[in-house]
Design a protein around this ligand. Structure first.
Ligand code: A2P
Length: 267
């Protein structure tokens, strides 16, 4: 798969194979300039979230880019702590107001539990929130809907209680953290896996083992790590505020051999 290729979601919507992540990129000039830089570098898929606090800068950069809106895929997320239908409806409206776009392409439930209660059981609440997500989708204001950080059990609860299946599950995915059980389950159910933190938030960058493999291809550790996620059939979401890295992270049109993939699988 090339960086300019697309995955196709279960509802037929196409999504550019690499997304530009904006987690931890502060709102204002930094987020605005980074998104502008990413679009200039060729990214056509930008990932934000209400919790990142930068939806406004991301939306503005997209509007000011001069690129046709239909060519850019935009994702945002409902905050993890929103666990009732009414709150979800209000927060969806808040995203749309903040981001300032007529429609978005994908909206995700950010997590199955509030960040202060990781692992807690919010099954009933997630099913309720999913109804608001389905209505948002049916309104046409988002072209697709999905989930993030959902486990197999969390996914099944939605699948068994929905009119519209989630089209995406965005999870943490990188060398050393392959998430095999969740990715297999998603694949079986026609859910695209997106991988955030493909560099393990930078922790992979100092790995000698990964550097050795990257050198063989004349690529950086970052490029090899992003390519690895793609070759696992998932959609990587690298992020950076540096123009040089932003450009580098989408320049991943090379092929890691099956032997090297197996080696990386065991790191
Ligand atoms: P910065 O934002 O200062 O450019 P992840 O995507 O796994 O969360 O990793 C993000 C971290 O990796 C950020 O600290 C980012 O730094 C850094 N980073 C992103 N791309 C590269 C790259 N090509 N080379 C080195 N560091 C990078």
């Amino acid at each position: 798969m090339k960086s300019s290729d697309f995955f196709t979601l279960a509802n037929g919507v196409t999504i550019p194979a690499i997304g530009f992540g904006t987690w931890q990129i502060p709102s204002g000039d930094i987020a605005y300039d980074s998104v502008k830089e990413a679009l200039k570098a060729g990214y056509r898929h930008i990932d934000t979230a209400q919790a990142y606090g930068n939806e406004d800068s991301v939306g503005q950069a997209i509007l000011d880019s001069g690129i046709d809106r239909s060519e850019i895929f935009v994702t945002s997320k409902l905050p993890a702590e929103i666990k009732s239908y009414d709150q979800a409806v209000r927060r969806i409206q808040f995203t749309m107001k903040k981001i300032g776009l007529y429609y978005i392409d994908l909206y995700l439930i950010h997590a199955p539990w509030p960040w202060t209660e990781i692992g807690a059981d919010y099954t009933k609440e997630n099913i309720e929130v999913w109804k608001a997500m389905e209505e948002f989708h049916e309104s046409g204001k988002t072209r697709s809907i999905g989930i993030s950080n959902f486990s197999v059990k969390d996914i099944d609860a939605i699948l068994e209680n929905s009119r519209t299946k989630p089209m995406v599950n965005q999870i943490k995915l990188h060398i050393g953290h392959p998430q095999v059980e969740i990715t297999d389950h998603c694949r079986k159910n026609g859910i695209l896996v997106e991988g955030y933190s493909p560099l393990a938030t930078g922790k992979l960058l100092n790995s000698k083992k990964i550097a050795e493999i990257a050198n063989k291809y004349g690529k950086t550790v970052a490029q090899l790590s992003i390519r690895y996620v793609l070759q696992k059939g998932a959609l990587p979401l690298p992020k950076s505020t540096h123009p040089e890295y932003i450009r580098q992270n989408i320049d991943v049109d090379f092929e890691i051999t099956p032997d090297d993939i197996s080696y990386l699988d065991n790191i």
